[in-house]
Design a protein around this ligand. Sequence first.
Ligand code: XIL
Length: 386
Amino acid sequence: MVALLAGTLNAVPVSAGSTPADPSDQSLRALSARHGLYFGTAVDMAALDDANDPQYRQLVQSQFNSVTAENVMKWESLEPTRGNYNWGPADKLIEFAKKNNQKVRGHVLVWQNQLPPWLTEGVNNGTISTTELRELLRKHITTVVKRYKGKIWQWDVVNEAASDPWDNPPTIHLKGFWAQHLGAGYIADAFRWARAADPSALLFYNDYNLEAFGDKGASDKTWYVYKMVKQLRQSGVPIDGLGSQGHLGTQYGNYNVFQVKEALDAFSDLGLATAFTEVDVRSQMTPGVQAGDSNEINPRLQASSDNYSVLLQACLANRHCLSYTVWGFADNHSWVPTWFSNPPEGLATLYDESYQPKRAFYAVKGDLIFSGPPYVQPRIPQHPKR
Ligand code: XIL
């Protein structure tokens, strides 16, 4: 029975005869479906709507079965002036996803970045008190989650709450606007408010640099987040998942697949679903790279490809890893060149600037094709916990 079930779920689409269809012709979404996995991308709504850039939309539709709003569900976009909501672009993405039979990851409810100025300025100049701030957060979460009730698969409820070892102090701690003004309790509150507003969405804590454990000391961010979510679950807070963003760079050592799997397994052993939520692997755009020197470009493309693979293989090997989302899929629509400009970085996505698939694209495709039992089994469906 078990073998039969696994066989069914892993079925390779079969063409007219009895030989399997050529897998190299299939999309990332079709190949992921074999594993019960969702292959997602962040979507830039301006690019999706750009009639002069039809390939962008075409690839979002054809290659991906999950979408995340790159920006339009952030607080500054949804409520640019107090009390006036701008739902248009977010609604559009939800409709687009429905039409294309895609899941939606909701991003993001609570984060210290991309907050509307009326909120941060109001707090800074004392016109918004702490009591009012907490109430505004409750209202924000409730309003947004209710609006999209039943339409969001996974919500990033709290994003990037933990500090980094390069911060001062290097001991990992809760950082940023919300912790400063509301104290640590805002995290549990946020999950409870989100659950009350949509009991069927999976609720995630999402952060970067969680790919692997370090020395499990005071400056090990993965270890800190692991202990934090464990504590949340033990206290009955309705958290269902751990989102590992997966923003990597080829200039760093990064991790091997077993280290990454170990971290995912640790989180799923707590009863959580896992997901890679923002994968990209950037490189430094040295003068040689910019001049088109293949001696400098090729090793970067290879290293980027390897890291995409490491994260995907680890995800495939963890049956609770529900989705693998890239943070943009083409170098002409990647946040990397804008955000990492000194020194300049780029080459971070699966397709180049003219939508030609790069080595990383073929690597993830190969990983989806050439994996299966016994080490890769279908996903275990996850449901909201409590
Ligand atoms: C980034 C977007 O890609 C940019 O367009 C925007 O200007 C800034 O935010 N972690 C997150 C994402 O959780 O929301 C960020 O997205 C990238 C880092």
